[in-house]
Design a protein around this ligand. Sequence first.
Ligand code: F6R
Length: 364
Amino acid sequence: EKGGFDTYMLKEIYEQPTALTNTLIGRLQDATGEVNLDINLDPSSFKRISIIACGTAFYAGLVGEYLIEQLARIPVEVDVASEYRYRDPLVSENTLAIVVSQSGETIDTLEALREAKRHGAQTLGVINAKGSSMTRELDDTLYIHAGPEIGVASTKAYTSMVSAFLLLALWLGRARGTLSEEQGAELLHAARELPRLVEQALAPERVEAIKVVAEKYHQARDYLFLGRGVNSPTAYEGALKLKEISYIHAEAYAAGEMKHGPIALIDANLPVVVIATESRLLEKTISNVQEVRARAGKVIAILSDGDTENARHADDVIYVPRAHEMVSPVVNAIAMQLLAYFTATALGKDVDKPRNLAKSVTVE
Ligand code: F6R
């Protein structure tokens, strides 16, 4: 049932091109640069959006915040569900509450959804599991169609959630007139390319290169992950994946925060994963890389194909396919998953059943 793979997690990592195809299929309208999501809510009625989720789904929500604010110019806040449900949130009928969940059963997210509804919010779910508890209480659901996810550490659900947020941001942007036909068409093209890019990201030589890096550092006690902008959540997700399955302590920061504290951690024993793929902020990220280097930290740079210029600042480089910045979190997540996976397997850990974790958290 693992389709020839050693673990469910690896099988699900390799299912991502298919999962993403299923997230996108039938939803992109090339001719008009529009997306068709079958959502009955009125996109012009939202004055603010609250995204609510736990864990990996929360990080997908952080990417969603970035995409929606950039493309649809609506203020977005993102909350972990266990905070939202108890903080007496500011909500009106012009608030769209978006809950994000693979299982659709996470108790904190379900209770946060109920809280948002009590305050009169309109509600939308970004959900994987068909007919799950949340879907029965939501006004509308945007299914991500990633297929069943069995590995405890979420992989394909994450990238499908992020892709669903791209669709949502495009839908909102087109409907609200913040996104021109031309920009819409460009992003639609980038979205359509995603399954192919992820397929490339999973090419055997790339996977092998990541395995080599993972094995080189698998004895590290701590790891640091840095990213900027739309890829700061990629850093958070990278650290979470590593913690969950390898039990190595990992922290993640928006790269610009490093100077404000975490830089004190850096020494020759600390591998620092820096997401430095093509972006308008790449130069700033590279200066963070140099700061790590200057303190003898070991830099593992995630770079876009062909960026040999910046490779010289790194101890190790993981190249990923070139991607439009707005879709790069999906492509970069693959490298995070594989790095965590091969670190855990090098340490002999059972990646499908990490200690202390359950696939679906239905108690508080
Ligand atoms: C991480 C992971 C958890 C879940 C979180 C939310 O790999 O699996 O952090 O993302 O428990 O679960 P769902 O999405 O089912 O609400």
